[in-house]
Design a protein around this ligand. Structure first.
Ligand code: GLA
Length: 538
């Protein structure tokens, strides 16, 4: 394991680095925020049908969830029982998916999509990367086989796009059962989605559900040359709790919420609108009290995780709704920098300080997590957060709105056992160190033959934020692989900038014992990558 960097509580002066220049104010690239919505799985398992979806979609509107940003209505396993016609096209049960308006045919999934869209919401669908899906291990009811898309990728993803779905979650039950390679299969699926989008002109959000078994954060940012939108990082928090069924007595457990939070933290892989996904939330489901619901929401928000509710939306009480609709919390999750919290300190086993860098200069969301069985003080200091030690911090409790201005450059708060304190902290950012690529007007293009390389890059914190100033005059995203000291870190996306210079942000752990080499390497998807102008470390 990498040892933590120990830095003096002082601004680190980037002396003796000829390429160091002062940072300029550059606009951030536009980053797609994590999706927000609801999934049928946790509360309906494979009993999902049009009636369930209609009720939940209506509840998303009437509860006010839509007005604060929740918009995906995602149909999970159980919508399809594995049948295809002689042309290989998916056939669904017309009773479960009837006509919903005049002129519609029963058994056409476009009906439910039209209904969801008519409410101003977006529609999600589900399949498996293997030949059989998870219906071969049913949670309720009989086994069904062949509910996967393997051997039908082009046909199925084109069908989903034609039906009008905006989101597709691709599970891994059949992939695992048939010992397929997830990086290979999901890359083929990414290609099939791209082809479907090109044919229909309809975009689909791509959610990988491989449960973190094969470290998807190392390959999902690069499936077939470009990133998937989200990838699951762990197993399910809870098996479905379905009213009036043999599973009605199940309960969610807070310990599993914390486990999924921790398993989902891969800050180097989360950037530019691509996210680690710790699973749909269990807030409002049996088993968690309101304090635990709040801590759960805070963990997902600092993670920059997809905020997909799994509870029955028709049954959320006002306290639960106030947690999931809290606008400050949602804005922390949806922050336009698109970064995940990084663990800045583990003060003792189970006493953790997580800090999420936000787009407003000098702003951080902090989660002080006490995983032990006894109450504990948790302290953080301004230097750990990348603030100037001399400047006074402003600390606001996100849930209570209470604001404090600590006199010193550190702040201590008592955290209850198995609980988290959620803070919004303002301070004065340290000056950044900027390394020029050699052409601060145009930038240096990342091409197949010549990577763009920065030498003598110095670490500043346990996790450093690298902001990359670049130009991308094309109309499409460009990509480059980030290497630190010859090790692949992640695939970085560079949205179009017109002629201007924009910045994208990535977090990485630089080696604090020596100068680092940071390199951007072209990928094979586009022979020419972005034009890199400069690299700043803070
Ligand atoms: C897996 C996934 C869940 C859900 C079920 C459906 O367990 O992780 O989110 O989609 O499959 O069977």
């Amino acid at each position: 394991m990498r040892t933590r960097c120990h830095f003096l509580l002082a601004v680190i002066v980037p002396a003796l680095i000829p390429s160091t220049i002062m940072a300029q104010q550059i606009p951030n690239a536009k980053v797609t925020p994590p999706p927000m919505g609801w999934s049928s799985w946790n509360s309906f398992s494979n009993t999902v049908d049009a009636q369930v979806v209609i009720q939940q979609a209506k509840a998303m509107i009437s509860s006010g969830l839509h007005s604060v940003g929740y918009d995906y209505v995602n149909i999970d396993e159980g919508w399809w029982l594995g049948q295809r016609n002689s042309k290989g096209e998916i056939i669904v049960n017309p009773k479960a998916w009837p006509a919903l308006a005049t002129g519609e045919q029963a058994g056409d999934m476009a009906n439910i999509v039209r209904f969801i869209h008519s409410l101003g919401l977006k529609a999600g669908i589900y399949t498996d990367a293997g030949p059989d899906g998870c219906s071969m291990y049913p949670d309720l009811g009989p086994k069904y086989f062949h509910t996967g898309s393997e051997a039908h990728y082009d046909q199925d993803f084109l069908q989903f796009a034609k039906w009008g779905f905006d989101y597709v979650k691709v599970d891994w039950c059949g992939g695992q059962e048939h010992r397929l390679d997830p990086a290979v299969q999901y890359a083929r699926i990414a290609d099939a989605i791209r082809r479907a989008e090109a044919i229909t002109g309809h975009q689909m959000f791509f959610s990988i559900c491989e449960w973190g078994v094969n470290s998807p954060w190392t390959w999902a940012p690069n499936v077939g040359g470009i990133p998937a939108d989200t990838w699951r990082t762990s197993g399910d928090i809870v098996a479905p709790i379905v009213a009036n069924s043999k599973n009605a007595g199940r309960k969610a457990e807070f310990a599993k919420v914390v486990r999924n939070f921790e398993d989902g933290m891969h800050p180097a892989a989360e950037h530019t609108g691509y996210e680690n996904d710790p699973d749909m939330m269990v807030i409002g489901m049996p088993g968690l009290d309101q304090r635990q619901n709040r801590a759960h929401m805070a963990m997902w928000a600092v993670s920059g995780a997809p905020l997909i509710l799994g509870a029955d939306l028709t049954k959320l009480n006002p306290q639960t709704l106030s947690i999931v609709k809290n606008r400050t919390v949602i804005s922390i999750d949806q922050d336009p920098l698109g970064l995940q919290a990084a663990e800045m300190a583990e003060l003792a086993t189970g006493i953790e300080v997580w800090s999420k860098r936000l787009a407003v200069p000098g702003e951080r969301a902090l989660l002080l997590l006490n995983r032990t069985q006894s109450s504990s003080p948790i302290t953080f200091n301004s230097n750990e957060l990348g603030f100037k030690s001399s400047a006074i911090m402003r600390v606001m409790n996100v849930w209570t709105g209470k604001v404090e201005q600590p006199a010193a450059d550190s702040y201590t708060v008592q955290v209850l056992p198995q609980d988290a304190v959620f803070l919004l902290v303002h301070g004065l950012d340290e000056a950044v160190t900027t390394y020029s690529s050699g052409d601060i007007e145009q930038g240096v293009p990342v091409t197949g033959g010549s990577p763009v390389r920065f030498d003598h890059v110095t670490a500043r914190h346990n996790w450093d934020v690298l902001s990359i100033a670049y130009r991308n005059a094309t109309h499409a995203y460009r990509y480059a692989t980030l290497h630190i000291n010859q090790q692949t870190i992640t695939r970085v996306a560079f949205p179009p900038t017109g002629g201007a210079v924009n910045e994208v942000w990535v977090q990485a752990q630089l080696d604090c014992s020596k100068p680092n080499t940071v390199t951007f390497v072209a990928n094979s998807f586009y022979a020419t990558g972005p034009q890199i102008v400069s690299l700043s470390v803070e």
